[in-house]
Design a protein around this ligand. Structure first.
Ligand code: ATP
Length: 605
């Protein structure tokens, strides 16, 4: 029988209750007549403290609390993909219809109803890839799963049915034939070595705060391509890597995360909207409904899971949402897929942590956040990895989290602690954003620890100078910052030609390569081939500049040549796949260099 308790004290999303029976720490409970969902966050001898994931208005002392006997967990199954949930994976309709909205409904608001439960089980087509008598282990693949009734050509992403990772190994004694099954109905019965039997369905439950097991972690030597040049070429993230995007108000965190969600080369996108404004999220959903996946031509939402906890939703569910998000991501990873998780914004998540901690009367640490802020951030980011799954396949979860430091102060606790656990820092700069230079990632305050490990991948793609050019670009940008300071004092014209050439090259790198509007039809996304061609052309320009300078050509003559303008505009003007126009630019550059050298030689004579 499940344990019971009686509410004695309520403060916002937190309540205390006198317990009759043993509750587990982190056990899921239901509270009051509306059966609001909660989680036990503290256990004493005869009292429990519960964090409630819904609006607690109307609860009163004396209301019953009922234990479930299991840790707070979510149901993971094929029905998750293409849907929108709250922080505990309860479906939410984009128009308040409790998850049943027509797919083309105008998403102008997001709602959660009290006492809401998980999504009803859908039907899917199951095709077994094992046979009766086979021995299977935890995490083994039992079969493929696709939409019910769809032709194979229309099936979109292939999902898998897995033996739950926490189940026992055994032999298959019964197996469903290929066909339509309900998500929660048994498709397979297993007999374990001790003679017990259990059923496996397309879906299974998993506790949100517990990382799912893997066979082993793999090195991060494959890039997760974002289509954004400043990221892929200067500050790349590996599959299974982590990145933090700190940025002051309005510097472009949301637009950057959404752009990555739309164009990155992951199989599944998990987008956690954490405490953002409701209409911002509604706008994102509307866009996802319309957008086509560039790789498959199918709706982008079909391979996306949105977990939405807008600023008007209960604060405690926001605290759980990032763990729910990463558990969903791990579930798809375990099917051998590459998953990208975006969390916007982890600062709003940390605020939820602070609010609950305050209600508990815990001693506040730095910035009023609880002392365990750092370890909670570590718990989250540590779950990103490229792995060999229990079934022996490869999958990954890459995590990108926005941070909104108050007043853009990067020394505040959330930004500071996050920095310790991430491999990439994509720091957004207020001044760049004010100049409408997007993405406003500052090349001197950002970094990536994965760049070295990814050079081999770029070599294998034919971009053998990737590492050299990357370093060259970064050095020029560093020199630019120093020279700009000097130029402000003595004026640009008074600077020696070498320094003026450095400023010219840095201008080209910034404007032609790093600047990339998320709203440009042609340039919002760049394939690695297009990035590599552009990188090489700019590299050739820099080399040519050095030679011309040695021949006495002043930087202003190079600047005035039409090729400079053409290079500056190539991102906006040359679309994907038009390699001939890039080759033309290359030829034009060679011709320009020849002409300028000849002119310089004539002047010398
Ligand atoms: N990559 C980009 N390309 C073009 N425009 C951009 C880009 N990034 C941001 N912008 C512009 O900047 C505006 C603000 O961006 P965004 O809403 O992403 O900022 P934010 O940092 O998430 O803001 P907040 O602090 O309010 O959450 C956008 O509406 C857009 O006009």
């Amino acid at each position: 029988m499940s344990a019971r308790a009686t509410t004695t004290w309520i403060s916002g999303p937190v309540l205390r209750a006198a317990s009759e029976g043993a509750f587990l720490l982190r056990e899921a409970v239901v509270v009051g007549d509306d059966r609001l969902l909660g989680e036990v966050i503290r256990v004493a001898r005869d009292e429990i403290t519960v964090q409630v994931y819904e609006d607690t208005s109307g609860l009163r002392p004396g209301d019953p609390v009922e234990g479930s006997g299991r840790l707070l967990s979510i149901r993971l199954g094929p029905g998750i993909l293409g849907n929108i949930f709250d922080g505990l994976l309860r479906p939410i309709g984009v128009d308040g219809t409790d998850g049943d909205a027509a797919p083309d409904a105008a998403p102008d608001s997001v709602w959660v109803r009290p006492g809401m439960r998980e999504a009803p089980a859908g039907r899917f087509r199951f095709t077994p890839t094992v046979a009766v008598g086979d021995r299977v282990a935890p995490g083994s693949v039992l079969g493929d799963v696709g939409p019910d009734g769809a032709e194979p050509a229309e099936q979109g992403l292939r999902q898998r049915c897995l033996v739950p990772p926490d189940a026992a190994a055994g032999h298959i004694v019964e197996l469903a034939d290929a066909g339509s099954v309900a998500e929660d109905a048994a498709v397979c019965t297993l007999r374990t070595d001790d003679g017990g039997e259990y059923d496996v369905a397309l879906s299974h439950r998993w506790p949100v705060r517990l990382p799912r097991p893997v066979a082993k972690r793999l090195p991060e030597d494959e890039p997760m391509l974002t289509g954004q040049r400043i990221l892929d070429c200067l500050f790349p993230i590996a599959r299974g890597g982590t990145a933090s995007i700190p940025g002051g108000f309005g510097t472009g965190k949301t637009v950057l995360l959404e752009t990555i969600a739309k164009w990155c080369d992951a199989d599944v996108i998990v987008y956690v909207g954490c405490g953002e404004r409701g209409n911002e999220l509604a706008g994102l959903l509307a866009e996802f409904l319309e957008l086509q996946d560039p790789r498959t031509g199918r709706p982008l939402l079909e391979r996306t899971v949105v977990i939405a906890n807008t600023s008007n939703m209960p604060v405690a569910a926001r605290e759980a949402s990032i763990y729910t998000g990463i558990t969903v991501a791990e579930y798809f990873r375990d099917q051998g897929l590459d998953v990208a998780l975006m969390a916007d914004s982890t600062s709003r998540w940390a605020e939820a942590l602070r609010e609950v901690s305050g209600r508990l009367g815990e001693l506040p640490g730095e910035g009023g956040y609880p002392a365990y802020l750092s370890s909670r951030l570590a718990d989250f980011y540590e779950r990103a990895a490229r792995v060999e799954t229990l079934a022996g396949e490869q999958g990954s979860v890459s995590v990108m989290g926005a941070v909104s430091p108050p007043s853009g102060d990067f020394s505040e606790p959330v930004t500071n602690h996050t920095r310790r656990y991430v491999g990439c820092l994509w720091a957004l700069d207020v001044r760049r954003a004010q100049a409408r230079f997007y993405p406003a990632i500052h090349p001197l305050t950002s970094y990536s620890n994965s760049a070295q490990g990814l050079a081999r991948w770029w070599h294998s793609e034919g971009c053998t100078r990737w590492e050299t050019l990357r370093r060259r670009f970064l050095t020029l940008l560093e020199d630019e910052a120093r020279l700009e300071r000097m130029a402000r004092i003595i004026g640009r014209d008074a600077m020696p030609p070498r320094q003026r050439l450095t400023l010219l090259c840095a201008q080209l790198i910034n404007q032609a390569f790093l600047r990339q509007s998320a709203f440009s039809e042609i340039d919002r996304y760049a394939t690695p081939q297009r990035q590599a061609v552009m990188m090489r052309l700019i590299g050739s320009f820099i080399d040519a500049g050095d030679k011309l300078l040695a021949d006495g050509v002043p930087p202003e003559r190079i600047n005035a040549a039409p090729i400079f303008r053409s290079l500056m505009r190539m991102g906006e003007e040359i679309p994907e796949g038009d390699w001939e126009r890039f080759s033309e630019l290359d030829r034009e550059l060679t011709a320009t260099v020849r002409r300028l050298r000849e002119e310089a030689a004539e002047v010398d004579v």
